[in-house]
Design a protein around this ligand. Structure first.
Ligand code: C2E
Ligand code: MG
Ligand code: MG
Ligand code: MG
Length: 288
């Protein structure tokens, strides 16, 4: 009986493994064609200065509109793209699209809105990363001063010596730099000081329970103090509620990003939102 059971279990696993493998292969083959089929789109999530309550930037977040599956999360397809060697192409598409968006927004009078772009860990390992970024900036006519490149804390610390060098090159080109998902990796403060970065983004895990007196809240507050000690700007990710915002404001956090203000939006909608907010601010300003 035990043998019987063992065999069934084996069959069960082997069948579900086949299903998972087939599923993965199908997703991979679709991913290979997604670029040429123009199935990717960038959404933009506003970043708001807490004190002035103004949109100072947006983060570009990739979306895959699959013809059958619908929206596929980047949490699913970015790791896959990294594994199967497609991340460079996709990463270049993201950068090119964000650069073109900046140029378009410049013509619309939105040139002071900075655009943050995520770099994947695998992209960051490529020896020609800096050159390929330089080419895209030149070809699109974008201004690196209005672009912020995001690297997660884990990636930056994984090969911190390399990160120092690459960061310095990108900084020299005029980019702003930020450390994403801060608090989830293991940071060496010595390296953090050596990175020529501008902003630390507190991972939303530490923002979630900010309003309850939790360890997570204590970490968020400590990160704000540490960032300011290093003379860095600090932005909180995943802000969803007024109480979270109030605490962050009291702690002197510089900027927020999250559903409380806005979900990530297509370019035209984020543009409209910024215009509406500005019109309202002008309207509310007392006459001189
Ligand atoms: P991330 O860079 O940390 O981006 C923030 C994620 O949090 C986004 O998820 C965003 O939609 C989500 N988010 C924003 N506000 C809130 C909130 O208030 N509550 C909650 N629960 N979530 C919020 P998204 O767009 O699904 O992206 C997930 C991750 O995928 C990103 O995390 C980033 O690591 C990666 N990713 C997205 N776009 C790109 C890209 O163009 N290139 C690369 N390499 N990675 C990307
Ligand atoms: Mg990010
Ligand atoms: Mg993040
Ligand atoms: Mg993240």
């Amino acid at each position: 009986a035990a043998q019987e059971k063992g065999r069934n279990t084996y069959q069960f696993y082997s069948q579900s493994m086949n299903v998972a493998l087939a599923e993965r292969l199908s997703l991979e083959s679709d991913l290979r064609q997604a670029l040429e089929r123009s199935e990717f789109v960038l959404y933009y999530q506003p970043q708001v200065d807490i004190r002035r309550w103004e949109v100072v930037g947006v983060e570009a977040l990739i979306r895959w509109q699959h013809p059958v599956r619908g929206m596929v999360s980047p949490l699913t397809f970015i790791p896959l793209a990294e594994e199967v060697g497609l991340i460079d192409q996709i990463g270049q598409w993201v950068l090119r699209t964000a650069c073109a968006q900046q140029v378009a927004w410049r013509a619309y009078g939105l040139s002071e809105i900075s655009i943050a772009i995520n770099l994947s860990g695998v992209q960051f390992q490529q020896a020609d990363l800096v050159e390929s970024i330089r080419t895209i900036v030149r070809e699109t006519g974008a201004n690196p001063a209005g672009l912020e490149l995001e690297l997660t804390e884990s990636t930056a610390m994984h090969d911190a010596e390399n990160a120092v060098v690459v960061f310095q090159q990108l900084k020299a080109m005029g980019f702003s730099l930020s450390i994403d998902d801060f608090g989830t990796g293991y940071s060496s403060l010595a390296y953090l000081k050596r990175f020529p970065i501008d902003t630390i983004k507190i991972d939303r895990a530490f923002v979630k329970d900010l309003a309850s007196e939790s360890e997570q809240a204590a970490i968020a507050i400590a990160i704000i103090a540490m960032a300011h000690g290093l003379k860095l700007r600090v932005l909180a990710e995943g802000v969803e509620t007024q109480p979270q915002l109030d605490i962050l404001r009291n702690q002197g956090c510089d900027a927020i990003q999250g559903y409380f203000f806005s979900h990530p939006l297509p370019a035209d909608l984020v543009e409209q939102l910024i215009r509406d907010l500005r019109a309202k601010a002008t309207h509310e300003r007392p006459a001189a």
